[in-house]
Design a protein around this ligand. Sequence first.
Ligand code: ADP
Ligand code: 2DT
Length: 212
Amino acid sequence: MSYRRGALIVLEGVDRAGKTTQCMKLVQALQQSGRPAEMIRFPDRTTKIGQLISAYLEKKHNLEDHTVHLLFSANRWELEPMIRQKLEQGISLVVDRYAFSGVAFTSAKPGFSLEWCMSPDVGLPRPDLVLFLELNPAVAAQRGEFGAERYETSEFQKAVMQRFQQLMKDPSLNWQVIDAAKSIEDVHAEIKTHSEEAAEAAQHQPIAELWK
Ligand code: ADP
Ligand code: 2DT
């Protein structure tokens, strides 16, 4: 089969685990090994929906909890055609947070089930690999204080972590847990190995649908 699509690789993890640092390094490494690659991040704060989300995170205004959950999902769906197109053009996408953050953060609020939180993201492009950067809160604290954005408290982050643990039990996804306490270079080497394997396996597969 001649079909060679790009891979969809997602990085998730707690605050300050190194997601952004590692996304940038991975894009560079994939490009250097001859695979076209680009980085995207969610929320994408540049769109109109993203600006509403950004102002909410910066506590400039409040939004009802269901409403903001649906906006985060809409922010992914508005980029879905672009994501699909790039993958089909053979470009691999390295994504800083995706629907898993969406579900973990909202379902950490009282009264939200995992099922309800997952439903608006059902059918998005399914990642070929989800790397979870695991870091205990004490080590994260050594990398700097929490910022002033919404959700940046240790109690809430603990509840988020428990939701991530539940999501990681899903066998329909290729989850890989990475020890993010190692050095930047060691973490990168591990991520690169998993990503090259996943990209190799994905290139002749159709793009699957998330949670379907
Ligand atoms: P995230 O995107 O997960 O919040 P960042 O990539 O922004 O994390 O990293 C948070 C901070 O920790 C940055 O100052 C970064 O330089 C530092 N950092 C990232 N990875 C490591 C690592 N493996 N060891 C030590 N410090 C790191
Ligand atoms: P950063 O920009 O620092 O990653 O923070 N979030 C993210 C949600 O609540 N739902 C989502 O769908 C996504 C993608 C996680 C973004 C903050 O927004 C939270 C932290």
